[in-house]
Design a protein around this ligand. Sequence first.
Ligand code: NAP
Length: 429
Amino acid sequence: MKDNQVNIGILGLGTVGTGVARILLEQKELLRTRSGLTFNLTAISELDWNRDRGLDLTGVHCTTQADEVLNDPNIDIVVETIGGYEPAYTFISRALQNKKHVVTANKALIATRGRELFKLAEENGVDLLFEASVGGGIPIIKGLREGLVANRINSIYGILNGTSNFILSRMHQDELEFDQALKEAQAKGFAEADPTLDISGGDAAHKLTILATLASSAFVDYHQLSVEGITNITKLDITFAKSFGYTIKLLAIYRALENGLDLRVHPTLVPNSHLLAAVNNELNAVFVNGDFVGNTMFYGPGAGERPTASAIVSDIVDLSRNLDQHLTNRAVHLDRAAATVPLTEITNRFYLRFFTLDAPGILSKISGILGEHNISIASMVQLETHEQDHYVPIVLLTHEASEQAMAEALDKIGKLDFVRDNYLRLRLF
Ligand SMILES: NC(=O)c1ccc[n+]([C@@H]2O[C@H](COP(=O)([O-])OP(=O)(O)OC[C@H]3O[C@@H](n4cnc5c(N)ncnc54)[C@H](OP(=O)(O)O)[C@@H]3O)[C@@H](O)[C@H]2O)c1
């Protein structure tokens, strides 16, 4: 950086990259007033220059060759908004090796290959920042790293995937089936043509990996998480959850237990009285408990051009403030691996839904198996309505029980010949 001028190169002018360019061009004066620095959008590498993005790029070097950004000695900060694993990984590595700071929104890459990239950043004395990778426009990374730095983080409960939250919200609001709600999400641009990563819980797991690494100050591997998506939830489950006073949400859960971290992503029955139950549609929220602060909640838009770009530019300004002082923003601790507690050692309250033949003695058989595994029933509903094939739904809420015991009991119940094998087990908040 020379004369308080910070030169920025963008890789990938898609949804997020366009937003970053727009802020750098439209908010230049505001950013100068607030930071005392001038941010220059110097170069952009993008494959498709035919799309009209409504940007005036006069004076910006526009290329299809990433190397022209990565090797430009005048560029201080590279913004990676291509997404995916390759060539994003190679480009970020090259930028760091060329002693350029990097800002990215790429949660998949940070969650799976972050350790190598942070190491490379450290070796080269530069920063790799990633505010936009979790919660879009919500400043949750800075919230954990700065605002809550004095706290041990006891727990985090996050609604981190806008697509899943939109689908579940629509299922609750209009009693839609999963497929109908997914189609609506796609029509409104809240779900990709291939929504697998979102509805399988994978995207929320990437984000939880990042939050868990920051919250625990130890490196969390993506594969340490237990992950379940929302595809098995039906309109019927939503109706039952409502009747018990709950809303089903896909939660990303972090709990610091005595013997390690409990890290899970799964659909959860959240009591309607909890703030998280009111987080609807595509919005995200992160509910954090710190040992000194107590409960806090971060809430807002988790995606989209403008919110995500807002987060990226906050990283650009943040690290630029350090540039002339030769400080780095060491975000992540690479030297310690986090210990996790296996799911089988966790206890939860459960929601169980079975379809069984409507015959005498069935309930006592199911409750008998649960009882053999020390699982006690808190409440139960059996619907009178028959499906065409004579199976009726039964729903049980249990008291606290071990995951291991529940898995064993469900294995036995699922094998009973009067129980259909499409049973569902959800956890309660
Ligand atoms: N969209 C969101 O709301 C959001 C929110 C949070 C985080 N993110 C993250 O932000 C990143 C970008 O997402 P996005 O939605 O902006 O994606 P996007 O709209 O698909 O944009 C990616 C852009 O990169 C371009 N590109 C592909 N390969 C390239 C290469 N080799 N060199 C230069 N440009 C290349 C693409 O061009 P073509 O179209 O021609 O291939 C496209 O314009 C992802 O990591 C995503 O997870 C997105």
